[in-house]
Ligand binder design. Structure first.
Ligand SMILES: [Zn+2]
Ligand SMILES: [Zn+2]
Length: 349
């Protein structure tokens, strides 16, 4: 089968490799839609702990079950599925609580842990074998492109839920990329009050307005971003902030713009090396609840897929291009250079 392979850091090629065999409690999936994001760049450059080279990436994808290993029930050949990428060991305390995203045996494949596309082969290939713990049967109305958002919708939903958003509460979403656009729609569907989308790219902010935000703040066009966000909420700031931009300045803004007594989830900077230099009184005297959020616990994605099925979350505007797997080099370039408005370039293996 054809697969994208990183033979070593900072190098990729499209190679013929053997089709994997599903082991016990695994299924073999014919990948039908698969895409890339900024995290793939971290894996590519060798900055992701736990990735061993050569590596087949791909963590945003879906397809058809074409074979099942021993002990598989609940999923059968012919099922259309999406994949969530954290498979916990199932034995450590976080995993027993369903928190696969913070498994204590991260990267230890012998323990049963898999991070699909990170520590084990992923879906930038014609076929991929994964644990049944990762597999969601698609609701009938969903297509493969939507299936490729199985993990992303779980990540966005978990981050919003970390804040405990209640109906009628005001929210600012910082970072208008794929996750921010999903978070806006999730907040809208949860009957948020006013929603502001905050970022630096005018076309992405416009998309946020179309997808449910009431106001947009372009940080690169205002002198004082904190004041500009607060101004959207009677000068007091939002009840809730969700940050998906992944920069120090975005995290700083998230904490600084929340109203006193507000709740802030920082979900963007999931890699090491970003430091926050902030006056502690912002948090202490601001009386803030601050949450970190990485990835998604087990089965949050199932609820996210139902939200897509119900039409309250539309992922289609985030799919800006379609290509074949052979066009991966172009997709890579467009995604990372953000050419031609690219958010997700969907590949069809
Ligand atoms: Zn991703
Ligand atoms: Zn575990």
């Amino acid at each position: 089968m054809k697969a994208v392979v990183y033979p070593e850091p900072n190098k990729f090629e499209i190679r013929d490799v053997p089709v994997p065999e599903p082991r016990p409690e695994e299924v073999l999936i014919k990948v039908r839609a698969t895409t890339i994001c900024a995290t793939d760049m971290k894996i590519f450059t060798g900055k992701f702990p736990g990735t061993r080279f050569p590596h087949i990436p791909g963590h945003e994808w879906g397809g058809d079950v074409v074979a099942v290993g021993k002990g598989v029930d609940g999923v059968k050949v012919g099922d259309r599925v999406g994949v969530e990428v954290h498979v916990g060991c199932g034995k450590c305390q976080p995993c027993i609580n369903g928190m696969y995203n913070i498994c204590e045996n991260y990267g230890d494949i012998a323990s049963g842990h898999q991070h699909i596309g990170f520590t084990v082969p992923g879906g930038l290939a014609e076929y991929c074998a994964v644990s049944i713990k990762a597999v969601h049967r698609l609701p009938p109305g969903l297509d493969y492109d939507e299936a490729a958002f199985t993990d992303n919708i779980g990540v966005a939903l978990h981050a919003v839920e970390r804040t405990g958003l209640r109906p009628g509460e005001n929210i600012a979403v910082i970072g208008p990329g794929a996750f921010g656009q999903l978070a806006v729609q999730i907040a809208r569907s949860m009957a948020a009050g006013k929603i502001a989308i905050v970022g630096t790219r005018a076309e992405r902010l416009q998309m946020g307005l179309k997808l449910g935000a009431d106001e947009a703040v372009n940080v690169s066009e205002v002198g004082d971003p904190v004041a500009a966000v607060k101004k959207c909420f009677d000068g007091k700031g939002p009840d809730v902030v969700v940050e998906f931009a992944g920069t120090e300045s975005a995290a700083h803004l998230a904490l600084s713009c929340a109203r006193r007594g507000g709740r802030v989830t920082l979900a963007g900077a999931t890699g090491p090396g970003r430091n926050l230099n902030i006056d502690l009184s912002v948090i202490v005297r601001g009386h803030l609840d601050v949450f970190g959020s990485v990835a998604n616990p087990r089965w949050v994605s199932a609820r996210g897929l139902r939200m897509i099925e119900r039409g309250v979350v539309d992922v289609k505007p985030l799919i800006t291009h379609h290509m074949s797997l052979a066009e991966f080099p172009t997709a890579w370039q467009m995604t990372h250079q953000r050419e031609d408005g690219a958010i997700r370039v969907m590949l069809d293996p």
